[in-house]
Design a protein around this ligand. Structure first.
Ligand code: CDP
Length: 225
């Protein structure tokens, strides 16, 4: 089998999708595209403009009209990519706790998803891409050549997110992070449009007992099969 050209990686919050996706894209010389940053950019834009998150019409208009750019990293400060909203670098703003708390409700809106999915699909169909999200294998790129669904327990995922924040020099409360992860899981899995679930033809990997190197080795082996 030739090396898959379109690779979809889906899974719940902090399951290690971005770490895996970035590494895989580097190894294959592909574009890495994390679709979560687009939902985060819309959420940050809404918060900044004092748009009520429950105002579906206003949030959807923002998603339709805002210029979201995701580019290779311009700074060596730990970022995976630059995220620009209407030309302004909002990379680190998209990681703020208030974005974590509001991004899943924003992602429920059908109009928001329609606007962002169209852009993601256009990029993905060019091929030689590793695209990461919640609905890549099911909705954005159902024709993907390889689909991975990366899972892990909520406790393990919260522990990883905690370590990540502390590693960046921030402060964090494990119990709060765990509650936030569970909340996002519930909203992401329960929504009507493009809920989080594995595609029927996805390879499901549970990373509770696998470190990042082991996950990468397994997926790389699948690519080279
Ligand atoms: O990095 P983490 O796994 O915490 O989240 P993310 O991938 O940045 O995604 C943030 C949120 O955006 C998710 O909780 C989903 O609500 C939403 N999302 C989505 O609905 N569909 C995608 N393809 C990607 C993200």
């Amino acid at each position: 089998m030739p090396t898959p050209s379109i690779i979809a990686i889906d899974g719940p919050a902090a399951s290690g999708k971005s770490t895996l996706g970035r590494r895989l894209a580097d190894a294959l010389g592909y574009l890495f595209f994390d679709t979560g940053v687009m939902y985060r950019a819309v959420t940050w834009g809404a918060l900044q403009r004092s748009i009520q998150i429950d105002d579906e019409v206003a949030v959807t208009a923002l998603a339709e009209n805002a210029q979201i750019d995701v580019r290779p990293p311009s700074k060596n400060d730990g970022r995976a990519c630059d995220v620009l909203l209407d030309g302004v670098d909002i990379t680190w703003e998209t990681r703020r706790p208030e974005v974590d708390a509001n991004v899943s409700p924003v992602s429920v809106y059908a109009g928001v998803r329609r606007a962002l999915t169209a852009q993601q699909r256009r990029i993905g169909l060019r091929g030689r891409v590793v695209m990461v999200g919640r609905d890549i294998g099911t909705v954005v790129l159902p024709e993907a050549d390889l689909k991975i669904y990366l899972d892990a327990s909520a406790e393990e995922r919260a522990r990883r997110r905690y370590t990540e924040i502390i590693g960046r020099g921030g402060s964090a409360d494990y119990e709060k992070i765990l509650a936030g992860v569970r909340d996002r899981d519930r909203i992401d899995s329960g929504r009507l449009v493009a809920p989080l679930r594995p595609a029927e033809d996805a390879v499901i990997l549970n990373s509770d007992k696998l470190d990042a190197d082991e996950v990468f080795a397994r997926v790389e082996a699948l690519c080279r099969k």
